[in-house]
Every structure is written in C-alpha cells, then in structure tokens.
Design a protein around this ligand. Structure first.
Ligand code: BMA
Length: 307
C-alpha cells in the first residue's frame, strides 16, 4: 500500500500575505480559501485576515489556478441589520456549482457563536443572500453539487460537548433543512479522534461521493489538522461506502508546520480533472498561506478503500 499519494506543488505557498499586503486593510494571512473552475480558468474566494485582525473574503481570478489576481473589494460584507447581527466575521468559504449558480457557504460568527451563511451568484458582481442556514455551533458546511432523488443535500459539522462529527441534512429548497443524520464520526484512538469536518464539496465518482475532510488529533495541548478521505453512497449518501483508515496528508512542509496556528492543513476545495486522472487539493497551511497539492484520482479512490 502506497501511503504517499499526494504531491505538494513546487510553487507552494501559492499565496501569502506579501501578495496581498497592498490591498485595503493590509494582510496578516491568506488561507482556507475556495478555488473553483470558472470558464476556461479559475476563480477563488480568499479568506484574508486583515492587519486589524478582521476577517474578510476577496475575489481572485486565475488562468492556471497557480497565480492569482486579487480584487481589492471586500466580498459579502454585512450590510443589513440582520447580517450585521449574525455575520460579523465571515471566513472559510466553500463554493458549489449547483444548477448553474455558484453557491458560497461560509462560517458566520457573531456574539451568539458560529453559524453558516449562504449566498449565490452567477457573475460574482451581484449576490443573492440567504442569511444563515444553520444554528450555532456549526461550521464546515458543504453543498452537494446536484439534487439526489429530488432533494438538496449538505454535509455540516454541528459542535457540542467538545465533539464534532460530520452530519448530513436534506432540503427541498436550500433554505429549510432537516432529517439530520450523522454520517462520519470521529474515531477513537485514530488520527481523526478529535473534531472532524468536511473540506471540499463532495465529488461524484464511479465509486461514490468523494469526501475529503479534515480531522484533528489533540496532541501536546493543541490540535493537529490533517486530511482524510471517505466515499458516500451515490443514491443514499447517508451510507458510508468506504473510509481510509490512514490520513491522506499531514503537516510536514515548513509552511504547514509554522504559522499563526502551527501544524494545520485545512482544505476548502478539491477540483477533479477526470480526463487527466488528477485532483487538485487547495488547502490553507498553518492559518497563514494558501497551498496546492495534487494526486491521481484513481489512486485516491483506492486509498479511500483501504480499511
Ligand atoms: C478551525 C477553523 C479553521 C482553522 C482551524 C485551525 O476551528 O477556525 O478556520 O483553520 O480551526 O486553526
């Protein structure tokens, strides 16, 4: 069994504070960002922590998914009274292309705790905002890219009693959600024995919905953030078809080991290229910089099945 199926991109880190320092608010760090295909190229919604400590989202364009042109404007800043109340700090975006619209899910923090906000767009100029679609405490919400048997599905991570597992919910309209079912539990004694959370939106493959998630290992008084992989049933996504026992990726490179929060690999997007048998994994490293790793999709599917 080959445990080393991930290749870190030689241009890592792709984005650092130095690239964004000239923008309004300055930049302390740029990490945990959603990168996705748009036309012939890529777009990204970046998580930027400003010099003030405030979180912001910024849009970026890229032809190759490696070098980015960042727009100076803030994205989805709170405007209405309700947004100001519930979406004071927004971060960790995930983007799903669903029925021709780009849906952006993001952690929304307020004095009440952390919820998840939802917005949709086609042009990244005007946005339809749905407000928060999960109660506190919830994070790491990703939408499936298509309806399954007439319903929308999401994975999320409610957090209670110091535990956090990955749950599945369904909805007729993306606003009203119910029928919560726990699909992936943290595993005692394993690398993902702490809280876990979905990373990228699930990807349809021949073997099931591919879910790359982060799992934590409480160690030495802090948390080590690693990446793992599982497959959910295509028709009944509450059934786990496979889940790798070993982690897929663990902080190893200096930029993953050293930063504002050391020893963190935190994934927000995975972009498949089935023709080239390649998956791009975009992840934040050490809560400081944005990075890319790649692997062969076929190898990843086999890896997922290694019990
Ligand atoms: C989690 C989230 C992530 C962050 C991680 C490591 O709880 O807040 O945004 O990358 O912690 O600090």
């Amino acid at each position: 069994m080959n445990y080393n199926i991930i290749t870190r991109h030689p241009q890592n880190p792709l984005l650092t504070a130095a690239h964004l320092g000239h923008l309004p608010g300055g930049c302390n760090s740029v990490f945990n960002s959603a990168v996705f295909r748009y036309g012939d190229g890529y777009k990204a919604i970046l998580r930027v922590e400003q010099r003030s400590g405030l979180q912001s989202l910024r849009l970026a364009d890229s032809a190759d998914g490696l070098t980015f042109t960042v727009h100076p404007e803030f994205l989805l800043t709170p405007e209405t009274e309700e947004q100001k109340l519930y979406e004071e700090a927004i971060y960790d975006p995930r983007v799903t292309l669903l029925e021709g619209k780009y849906y952006i899910c993001y952690a929304a923090e307020s004095r009440f705790g952390c919820q998840v906000g939802l917005a949709a767009t086609t042009d990244f100029k005007s946005f339809e905002r749905f407000g928060c679609i999960a109660e506190t405490e919830n994070r790491n919400l990703v939408l499936f890219p298509e309806k399954i048997n007439g319903l929308y599905y999401r994975l999320d991570r409610p957090f209670q009693n110091h535990a956090g597992n990955i749950w599945l919910c369904e909805s007729p309209d993306l606003i009203h959600w119910g029928r919560p079912r726990c699909v992936l539990e943290s595993r005692q004694f394993h690398w993902d024995r702490g809280k876990i959370g979905a990373g990228a939106p699930p990807i349809r493959t021949k073997d099931g919905w591919l879910v790359v998630y982060h799992g934590t290992t409480p160690i030495g008084g802090s948390l080590l953030y690693r990446l793992g992989v599982a497959l959910l049933d295509l028709e009944r996504p509450w059934l786990v078809r496979a889940r790798a026992k070993a982690y897929l990726m663990s902080p190893e490179a200096p930029y993953e080991r050293i930063g504002d929060v050391p020893n963190v690999c935190f994934l927000n997007s995975a972009i498949p290229d089935f023709a080239r048998d390649e998956l791009r994994l975009y992840y934040g490293a050490a809560d400081q910089v944005l990075c890319l790793a790649t692997c062969r999709l076929s190898e990843l599917l086999e890896f997922a099945k290694q019990a």
